[in-house]
Design a protein around this ligand. Structure first.
Ligand SMILES: Cc1cc2nc3c(=O)[nH]c(=O)nc-3n(C[C@H](O)[C@H](O)[C@H](O)COP(=O)(O)O)c2cc1C
Length: 199
């Protein structure tokens, strides 16, 4: 085994190593709206579920140079966001939305994706995604030497494509969610297996 001490690594190498060992990661395609009403969408794969009751999730967003990314600024001002799950049909648009666009240029215009109003929050949902999680901001924790915002949100409304719902949960075999591995490598869920847990 090769020993690697993180404090000897450049930030970029540290990020590359971390994202290559925690893989695959789910992708949160986060939609928000800015103060001028411009809808925004960007993917984040440092993303996880936190608690079942109330359901809470978290994702983290690294600063772009000295400035906060649009997603963080929009969540700070609007106090809510929507997480849209990425399936195989959404991958190209998700990737396009990850480009650095100015705050008043909407990724919905860039990608052709369709914003639809949410039930409870002001942020829009992405119509093309099979699952939308409307979230209210709980808190943002600032972490790290390279400032990184850990966003914690509470899911206040789920929207699930009807054909995917079985017994109150999403049929993961039909969802075709996409995962991110290192750098530009992604995974399709095409080789699934069952395993029963011990009592
Ligand atoms: C699949 C994927 C996952 C990403 N995950 C993250 C992440 O976890 N944290 C982060 O800060 N940026 C992440 N990015 C980069 C952001 O999507 C990118 O910086 C984007 O331009 C932010 O947009 P915004 O300024 O509209 O918020 C990811 C990009 C891709 C393609």
């Amino acid at each position: 085994m090769k020993k690697i001490l993180p404090n000897g690594l450049e930030v970029r190498d540290s990020y590359r190593l971390l994202s290559s060992v925690i893989a695959p990661r789910p992708i949160a395609f986060v939609s928000t709206v800015n103060k001028n009403g411009v809808p925004n969408a960007a993917p984040f794969c440092f993303f996880m579920g936190l608690t079942p009751s109330p359901p809470m999730i978290a994702f983290s967003c690294i600063r772009r140079g000295d400035s906060k990314k649009d997603t963080i600024r929009n969540i700070e001002s609007g106090r809510d966001f929507v997480i849209n799950i990425v399936d195989e049909n959404l991958t190209q648009a998700m990737n396009m939305a990850s480009g650095s666009y100015p705050p008043d240029m909407s990724e919905f215009d860039v990608t052709g994706l369709t914003p639809v109003p949410s039930e409870i929050v002001t942020s829009p949902r992405i119509a093309e995604s099979p699952v939308h999680l409307e979230c209210k901001l709980r808190t943002i924790v600032e972490l790290g030497d390279v400032p990184t915002s850990l966003v914690i949100g509470e899911i206040v409304c789920y929207h699930v494509r009807e054909s995917l719902l079985v017994d109150g949960i999403v049929d993961v075999k039909k969802l075709h969610a996409v995962g991110r591995l290192g750098e530009s490598v992604y995974a399709r869920m095409t080789d699934l297996f069952d395993m029963i847990r011990p009592a």
